[in-house]
Design a protein. Structure first.
Length: 293
């Protein structure tokens, strides 16, 4: 596996399922321990590991092909270190699931085998390709035009308003975003805001969230927009996996009146690993996860 191997994080409910793309064989490998934890509804990692150890020994005695189908790859653990862990491809995961009682496996298999052709699913694939594309380096940084460029790329061909500033007023959860008739002047004000310190960048980010310039896809576009500012001016980016969904959503609601909470969350999650493919891909996974209902 090369250092450019694509890492992806899928979410089954609130649980992470880590996957690694194998260029050589053109397929995904999935973390067995993540799957076992999901199927057993067990959050305790040592218990999951011990159960897989027991199950693996049992399958080996039965001469199951499943054990020989596993491979080992390095994945980043919660302590930030990389450890070799058992992985199975899609066929192996389906076979593994069948070993578990159907009432636990059926729902998981429905999720695992589902092909996401939704707008979010297609947009997420486009977001992945931005890392390899030089286009991301050509986007304006910290301007409304730059945000429009990101939005147009993510949602081009999916929304007929991709990259276009909305002309209708919108609200969400009882909060009224900037009225359409005031949006142009508001965006000009945001364009002129400074972005040289972390505090300035977060205030600018919060103001753009309040503006909500597009009919849909604001959060996904604006988080990439934020990371581009951080990379250019501070040589860092956000490790979004360190910010729980509930904490992020609550902080963004509060940011409509006070951006200090989202500043604290992002400050704790900053990393200098700005050229890492894994960090970018993980960020996209979390960014789209934040938007799931």
């Amino acid at each position: 596996m090369s250092s450019k191997t694509k890492i992806s994080i899928r979410f089954f409910g609130e649980r992470e399922v880590r996957a690694v793309w194998d260029d050589e064989h053109s397929k995904w490998w999935f973390s067995v321990l993540d799957i076992v934890g999901v199927l057993n509804e067990e959050p305790d990692y040592p218990k999951v590991r011990n159960y897989w150890k027991y199950l693996k020994a049992k399958l080996k005695k039965e001469n199951s092909q499943l054990v020989s189908a596993t491979t080992q790859l390095k994945l980043t653990a919660s302590d930030g270190k990389k450890y070799r862990t058992d992985m199975l491809d899609s066929e192996g995961i389906v076979e593994l699931s069948k070993i578990f009682p159907n009432n636990k496996a059926a729902k998981f298999l429905d999720w695992f085998l589902y092909s996401d052709t939704s707008i979010d699913g297609q947009s997420k694939k486009k977001a992945y390709t931005l890392f390899e594309s030089n286009l991301i380096n050509e986007f304006e940084v910290g301007t409304c035009k730059g945000l429009q460029q990101i939005h147009a790329y993510l949602f081009g061909g999916l929304y007929d308003f991709a990259g276009q500033i909305r002309t209708k007023s919108i609200s969400k959860g009882g909060y009224q975003f900037v009225y359409a008739q005031h949006l142009k002047s508001t965006l000009q004000q945001i364009d002129s805001m400074s972005q040289t310190t972390l505090e300035e960048i977060i205030v600018k980010y919060a103001e753009m969230n309040k503006a909500h310039p597009f009919m849909e896809g604001n959060g996904r576009s604006t988080r990439i927009w934020l990371d581009l500012m951080l990379k250019k001016h501070l040589r860092c980016c956000v490790d979004w996996s360190k910010i729980p969904k509930v904490d992020y959503m609550n902080a963004m609601i509060i940011s409509t009146v006070d951006s200090s909470e989202i500043l604290k969350l992002i400050e704790r999650a900053l990393t200098t690993d700005i050229h890492s493919r894994e960090m970018y891909m993980k960020g996209i996974d979390y960014s789209y996860y934040y938007e799931e209902n």
